[in-house]
Ligand binder design. Structure first.
Ligand SMILES: [Zn+2]
Length: 127
């Protein structure tokens, strides 16, 4: 017969298991969305072109929106045409959310395994 304290603990662990499942469901929903994902950050880049006679040499920097992402350890940069900015920005945010959800799946997975082990310990009887 199990002790009252163990039964209470078991009940708490079962509850935590269902909470974890709900969270997992939320993370999996992100994977089921249909929008395109673009890896990288969108931001404004201000730079000098290097020509001594250009206005940028006097401080009026050239400004453009860029997408930067890392590829094989190197940072890549691409200028974004204005008509593509909104779309790219949205897709890059979707990508970030996607990667966060993926990381969350790993955490929840670990958490569920831990709960499994704790439950097993409490439910096991000596043979
Ligand atoms: Zn310039």
């Amino acid at each position: 017969m199990q002790k009252k304290a163990d039964l209470d603990k078991l009940s708490r662990l079962r509850g935590a298991l269902w909470v974890a499942l709900k969270e997992l469901e939320g993370a999996l929903e992100v994977a089921c969305e249909r929008s395109a994902l673009v890896k990288g950050n969108v931001y404004e880049l201000a730079r000098k072109c290097g020509k001594p006679s250009c206005a940028c040499a006097a401080g009026q920097l050239h400004r453009s929106m860029v997408l930067s992402w890392s590829h094989q350890g190197k940072t890549r940069l691409r200028t974004i045409p204005p008509d593509k900015l909104d779309r790219l920005r949205a897709h890059s945010e979707h990508y970030l959310r996607y990667r966060r959800a993926r990381a969350r799946v790993t955490e929840i997975h670990q958490q569920i395994l831990k709960l499994f082990d704790q439950i097993e310990k409490l439910r096991r009887e000596k043979p």
